[in-house]
Design a protein around this ligand. Structure first.
Ligand code: HEC
Length: 161
């Protein structure tokens, strides 16, 4: 029994020490750019889906529930968020580069239609990220329509590109 006690104390100490290792991501927004929802003014249900299912990983407005601050969960989440923001940051929408914005909208439509996004692990934890088929269609159609709008505004692009 002495062994079990020592073992538990060691595990407990490791857990406590882990909490002091920084997750390498600031939890305060370092806002710089232009926000996707502010620019595109999507219909309310679309904006709610983006906020409820994408913004935690793809914007600088990440909400951090208590468990997200406990290591090692915090490290794992920080990794997802860093990677998510790097690929697609809705807080830094490329308004000055419509070609890039159009490409990103196309990827958003694809990822939602093909059920790659939101990430399954996130949907388990967040009811707002569990999409019905109708939700998926609404979000996909919106992103595709926004991409079309941008294509129409670019004189040298064809809509199909
Ligand atoms: C739990 C975090 C998380 C959530 C929530 C999330 N994503 Fe992602 N997303 C990622 C990560 C991590 C990647 C990069 C790795 C990958 O593709 O799996 C990514 C990649 C993407 C890409 C590919 C970008 C590129 O340049 O390759 C798109 C598009 C995307 N996400 C859209 C969305 C949309 C739209 C939502 C909401 C419906 C969403 N994501 C929700 C974490 C997330």
């Amino acid at each position: 029994m002495k062994f079990v006690k020592v073992f538990l104390i060691i595990v407990g100490l490791i857990f406590v020490i882990m909490q002091f290792i920084p997750m390498g991501l600031s939890s305060t927004p370092a806002n710089s750019g232009v926000d996707l929802i502010a620019v595109t003014q999507p219909p309310v249900p679309v904006a709610a889906m983006l906020r409820g299912a994408c913004y935690d990983c793809h914007s600088q407005e990440t909400r951090w529930p208590w468990y997200s601050r406990v290591a090692p969960v915090s490290w794992w989440l920080a990794d997802h968020i860093k990677e998510g923001r790097k690929r697609l940051d809705f807080s830094d929408w490329p308004v000055a580069d419509p070609k890039r914005a159009k490409k990103k909208l196309g990827q958003i439509a694809d990822s939602v239609q093909e059920e790659e996004m939101p990430l399954a692990s996130y949907a388990w934890m967040h009811a707002s990220a569990r999409f019905s088929a109708a939700d998926r269609k609404l979000l996909t159609d919106w992103a595709a329509a926004e991409a079309e709008k941008l294509a129409a505004s670019m004189p040298h692009e064809t809509a199909s590109e």
